[in-house]
Design a protein around this ligand. Structure first.
Ligand code: ADP
Ligand code: ZN
Ligand code: ZN
Length: 731
């Protein structure tokens, strides 16, 4: 407790700061939320320590208000450690926590609108459907116009028209604070089987005993991991602790929320990026006041102002969406583990395809390993086989009964699709490429359509009727002839939309749908498709990796991977791991009901070790081989990497600054600074990009080295320096 009159350091939520001195005019605890002004602007910050005397006593301002809520000392340590690790300033970390601007202010008056389900019939356009989905994501509560626009991703005119047509009607104008004070009980409707019981008891023991531990719940899809960690959630919750259940956004489905509710008698509080401002505020305050003790959320839920947190579950722990890559680079799973370590409580990781980092931590005895070997209820694992495309060339197919096109589906796969449809079962085709054709090229001179702002090719999207840059979203008309030489333009490669065309041509009577992040703007839309799949209104579903996760379709018996080679030859050391995980996850979609499933992988490389390991169902074998390769190359987890990406709109400034940086490289044993090289995507959104890569052995202290190095140069105002510790993305 600091006495009134003490000069304290207050950390503010902004990207550069490490804390400013202020005077207390009342007693306050370390970690308390306080209101201060800085350059005449009000801020909420936290008391971070004693003042360091950097400000002259007569210049020091008073803290204007001390709130009755605080972060724990362990949380402050967490902010500091996270800053040390990611090289974000502590203020930038605090900004992830204090990210709800009005959390400490009186609720604002604003006009809200409800969705009017009794409105006179109006055409349900795609954007209106997106508005409806935005309401569904927020339990149909009234929303402000800015919320509707940002969550549905529609323009002001859509909302305006919907208001004039009576589809949106005015509701009350003051946000009423929702309490979300759910009481949970164990509904006693689940009895764990022996294997599940062993795993649940081990975690339960760790929870009861207290203290830090990490356990991996390792089980194939359908083995019942969710039921096991629900048991852990109950243990911690019923002992009075708060519980955070983290999952990737796309796994956070209505299906999941219903399962939670049926197990615990009330729904979880759900936290993700598509909540209204009012709801974010209510949840944030509820957590801070200790009223909300269970949240299911995406990686940002880790930064809620938790009180008495006693368990974190990280579902799909291998998922790359845990890595934040824009506003600071942190890994949600790793930062969750760090938080648990500092606050002394257990973490449960769950996955059917654990990351190699986690497997390594098990190997060296740091994490516990709890394995679920069989599918719950004994459903069989699907049989996985390759189709050698060198011997099974796809036949041409016809569009509109005239034009012939080169196909992508081999005769073997087509035959199997036909059989499956005849048996009234469902098919999933997986192709991880959006749009129609990824390459648009001149047949004569070789010109390729590329984005004017990014050094990447543009993809032809048929639905859109345009070329689209997947990097920045720029669109361009499809040229009739080559802009350079006037020659004919051809499309190469196959994306989702082309596969759809082929499927419709070959199986005209099948009911077909496609799913990708661009046709599925909202989760509502995805869930409608999932419901159609479940009720048997669809025969063939074609999708990108968004389909690989979570869903449980009992009647789905055939999964076809159109291009299993994609990703095998990626440029970064994680490509084999990610390909393995993705194919394994996709395979896990098949045969989850009583009928056995079959998975066919189309490949030109049937003997590639990643593919043979998948076909053999031999995950351990794959891991061992890949780990050996990483050990030899001193790649993580056997070495460390930090990427430093320098970006500038002026190429000459960028070059000059990179030269300055090269000259400033410090000499340190056990570490190397490589570069600069042009980034793989040299230009993105009109910014030129160069990369340095710092590598070192597992015990080297690379972060201080990077700090020292960067402190030796002056960064020009128009240059961005992005530091990525343990990068996942090498673009
Ligand atoms: P995972 O999370 O490993 O993919 P789930 O927890 O989703 O597996 O379980 C797969 C299916 O089996 C689900 O429908 C689930 O409700 C059911 N299930 C799993 N364990 C049990 C249990 N102990 N009792 C009843 N049903 C269970
Ligand atoms: Zn040309
Ligand atoms: Zn672009």
């Amino acid at each position: 407790m600091f006495k009134s009159g003490t000069i304290v350091k207050v950390l503010l939520p902004n990207v550069v700061n490490r804390g400013y001195d202020y005077r207390l005019n009342t007693d306050a605890d370390l970690g308390a939320f306080v209101r201060v002004t800085l350059m005449n602007r009000p801020y909420v910050g936290v008391i971070y320590g004693v003042g360091d005397g950097a400000v002259a006593p007569d210049k020091i301002k008073d803290i204007s208000c001390v709130f009755p809520w605080k972060l724990s000392i362990a949380d402050l340590q967490w902010i500091q450690k996270m800053s040390d690790w990611t090289l974000m300033a502590p203020g930038a970390v605090l900004r992830l926590i204090i990210n709800v601007p009005d959390a400490f202010a009186e609720p604002k008056m604003e006009q809200l609108y409800s969705y009017n389900f009794d409105a006179p019939k109006s055409k349900m356009t795609e954007s209106r459907q997106m508005v409806l989905d935005a309401f569904e994501l927020n339990d149909n509560e009234p929303m402000s116009v800015p919320d509707i626009q940002s969550i549905a991703r529609v323009g002001p005119s859509v909302v305006k028209t919907m208001i004039t047509r009576g589809m949106l009607v005015p509701a009350f104008s003051r946000p009423i604070e929702q309490s979300f004070e759910y009481q949970y009980r164990d509904m006693g409707n689940i009895e764990l089987n022996a294997e599940q019981r062993v795993a649940a008891d081990k975690i339960g023991h760790d929870i009861d005993q207290g203290g830090f531990s990490v356990n991996l719940l390792d089980g194939i899809t359908g083995s019942g991991k969710t039921q096991v960690y629900f048991d852990s959630v109950w243990r911690a919750y019923s002992a009075g602790k708060s519980v955070l259940l983290m999952m990737p956004e796309i796994a956070l489905t209505t299906q999941f929320i219903k399962r939670f509710e049926s197990r615990f008698g009330a729904p979880p509080v759900v936290w993700h990026s598509n909540l209204t401002a009012a709801r974010r505020r209510d949840i944030w305050r509820g957590v801070m006041q200790g009223k909300i003790r269970v949240v299911v959320g995406t990686r940002s839920a880790l930064f809620l102002p938790w009180q008495n947190l006693g368990l974190i579950v990280v579902d799909e722990e291998h998922d790359s969406s845990y890595k934040q890559e824009d506003m600071g680079n942190y890994h949600g799973r790793d930062m969750a583990i760090l938080r648990a370590k500092l606050s002394n409580f257990p973490v449960v990781l769950a996955s059917a395809t654990p990351s190699e980092e986690t497997m390594h931590n098990i190997e060296i005895g740091r994490y516990g390993h709890l394995v679920l070997r069989s599918r719950y209820g004994g459903a069989e694992l699907p049989k996985i086989e390759t189709i050698d495309m060198r011997e099974n060339r796809p036949e041409e197919y016809k569009v509109n009964n005239e034009e012939s096109r080169v196909g992508s589906l081999s005769p073997v796969l087509c035959e199997e699709i036909k059989n499956t449809l005849n048996n009234h079962r469902q098919v999933m085709l997986f192709i991880n490429r959006r749009g129609f054709a990824p390459i648009v090229q001149c047949k004569k001179c070789g010109w390729v359509a590329t984005c004017a702002d990014c050094s990447v090719g543009m993809t032809y999207h048929k639905r859109l009727g345009k070329l689209l840059c997947h990097m920045c979203g720029r669109t361009m008309a499809l040229p009739d002839v080559c802009p350079d030489c006037g020659g004919d333009v051809s499309m190469r490669g196959a994306g989702l939309e082309k596969i759809e065309e082929e499927v419709k041509s070959r199986f005209p009577s099948a009911r077909t749908a496609i799913v990708s992040s661009d046709t599925m703007m909202s989760r509502g839309a995805l869930e409608r498709l999932v419901a159609k799949m479940e009720s048997g209104e669809l025969d063939i579903i074609i999708g990108t990796q968004i389909l690989a996760k979570g869903h449980h379709f009992p009647n789905l018996t055939l999964v076809g991977v159109v291009d299993a080679d994609m990703g095998l030859f990626g440029t970064d050391f994680r490509s084999p791991e990610h390909t393995f995980q993705q194919l394994f996850q996709v395979a896990g979609r098949a045969g989850r009901g009583n009928a056995p499933g079959r998975v066919l992988l189309q490949t030109y490389q049937p003997t590639h070790p990643v593919l043979t390991a998948i076909c053999a169902g031999n995950r351990d074998e794959f891991f061992r081989a890949d780990m050996d390769a990483r050990r030899a190359a001193k790649m993580p987890p056997f070495g460390q990497l930090i990427a430093v990406v320098i970006e500038c709109k002026k190429e000459s400034v960028l070059k000059k600054f990179c030269e300055d940086l090269s000259r400033a490289v410090p000499n340190v044993n056990g570490a190397r600074i490589m570069g600069p090289v042009m980034a793989q995507i040299y230009m993105a959104r009109n910014w030129y990009r160069m990369r340095f890569l710092i590598s070192g052995d597992a015990r080297a202290h690379l972060q201080p080295l990077v700090t020292l190095w960067l402190s030796r140069v002056n960064v020009p105002a128009n240059v961005r320096v992005k530091i990525d510790v343990n990068p996942m993305n090498f673009m």
